[in-house]
Design a protein around this ligand. Sequence first.
Ligand code: URA
Length: 223
Amino acid sequence: MRAATPFDEGSEDTHRLQAIRRLEVEIAGCRRCPLAVGRIHAVPGEGNLNALVMFVGEGPGADEDRQGRPFVGRSGQFLNETLARLGIARTDVYITNVVKCRPPDNRDPLPDELAACDDYLARQIEIINPRIIVTLGRISMRRWFPEGGITQLHGRVRNIGRGRIAMAMFHPAAALRNPQWRSAFEQDMARLPALIERAARANEAAARGEALPAGVPHPGDAD
Ligand code: URA
């Protein structure tokens, strides 16, 4: 199963690639909040431009700060393995965080830091146009599921408009710490292949200009 549509050279995809590269350069030089002071690298995110799924974590840790890439430490390894077991290649998805610079000592990002960075995530979503956004952990969950704790809300799927759904999941680092959260994380992730299939079918139908069955988010839906 492909979790991304193929790159189309010489079309709109080339413009989107340029847009994402410009955004990465902007993030690399960002000084909007004090997290810029302590970073080695800003970590914009990486992945497939035509990904159907975007994972949104919390913020870079020490490994990510050193390498400038998201989810490359222990929790990233676990995320990659979990995806691979489900037949999803990491290179077919897009991975980013709600804040692009490492908070000191891996503390939670502060409200001002989240606010300063939010427009980068909004622009990434606009450019990549994923059908499915998976939030990893309680911090990114709150952007789309502000109403409760992660133990209640993980596994919840919500139509967030513009043909997108958001799904809340535990953070892989939390899953590695606690066997109960790990099994919840693995069960939630196991639902992704079916959601990806449905998203791919919805995109194909939309490309043919066909109406979609009720309840399936359509790329043209209003927010
Ligand atoms: N944890 C996160 O939330 N994001 C990363 O990129 C790495 C670890």
